[in-house]
Design a protein around this ligand. Structure first.
Ligand SMILES: [Zn+2]
Length: 269
């Protein structure tokens, strides 16, 4: 599943190819994604894409008439291809550009989305979202304010999009390990100092993943590849039973909120 770093790397990958381009056509082969693609998306035709921005895991293709919102869901990916490239299975949307290239959306499981917001208003899917983890609004003071009195497990708490966006399962596991915090500890009972460490580690693991993705993905014109997915150096995620990288104790596995959680019972308190 594309996590925030993959989405950010997708944004960086497509941005140079689509920014400043006029949309000459949009071809929707299958509108049945997570939500039906609205017919108003046709309003993007003839518009210049001014900027590609990101909020949580949503990408926004911004124009003077409004913006298209793209979500990669479980299995979506974006590629830049010559406009005459024949579609293959699961290629559901093409955004044709004045450059002669197109932005092609592929999504086998169809949990992704293409939406449209006219004007500058906020689309409902973007409402109620917590701050960006890499933004200035995500601070220890903010997190402590939200954690106060909360009995939720800290892992579930940081994965809540209303608390902070984009901390998916991989990054929750990794940042809690790096901060030495037990994933089941009640959010309201983690000290200020340890929350400060957690905020730092969340920023560090996400920034590092984006950097890794950015360096392995020099070009989004990869005809056979799956842009937006990249191998990462992980400490604990997917490594239950293997020795802890710090103390050699076998890493434990548990389910927290139905999500697989890997941690070191010795290093994480
Ligand atoms: Zn350990």
């Amino acid at each position: 599943m594309p996590e925030l770093p993959e989405v950010e790397v997708s944004r960086m990958g497509i941005s140079p190819h689509v920014t400043g381009q006029t949309v000459t056509d949009i071809v929707v082969r299958n509108p049945k994604l997570r939500w039906p693609i609205p017919e108003e998306i046709d309003q993007i035709k003839g518009q210049v894409i001014r900027r590609v921005s990101r909020r949580a895991k949503y990408l926004m293709l911004e124009t003077d008439a409004g913006y298209a919102i793209v979500h990669l869901g479980m299995s979506g990916s974006l590629r830049i291809l010559p406009a005459d490239t024949p579609p293959e299975k699961h290629d559901h949307v093409d955004l044709c550009l004045s450059s002669g290239e197109m932005l092609r959306y592929n999504d086998p499981r169809r949990f992704g989305a293409w939406l449209w917001q006219s004007g500058e208003g906020e689309h409902p899917v973007l409402g109620k979202l917590g701050p960006e983890p890499l933004g200035d609004g995500f601070t220890v003071d903010y997190l402590q304010g939200r954690a106060k009195g909360r009995r939720t497990a800290i892992k579930q708490f940081i994965m809540d999009n209303q608390v902070v966006v984009g901390v998916g399962n991989i990054y929750a596991n990794e940042s809690l390990f790096a901060a030495g915090i037990h994933p089941k500890r009640e959010a309201g009972k983690v000290s200020y100092q340890r929350l400060a460490l957690l905020v730092d580690e969340i920023k560090t693991v996400l920034a590092f993943a984006i950097e890794q993705g950015g360096t392995t993905l020099k070009d989004f014109k990869n005809a056979d590849g799956k842009p937006g997915y990249f191998a990462q150096e992980l400490q604990v995620y997917g490594k239950a039973g293997q020795p802890c990288p710090r103390c050699d104790t076998a890493l434990s596995e548990a389910k927290i909120g139905q999500r697989t959680t890997v941690f070191c019972s010795h290093c994480q308190r």
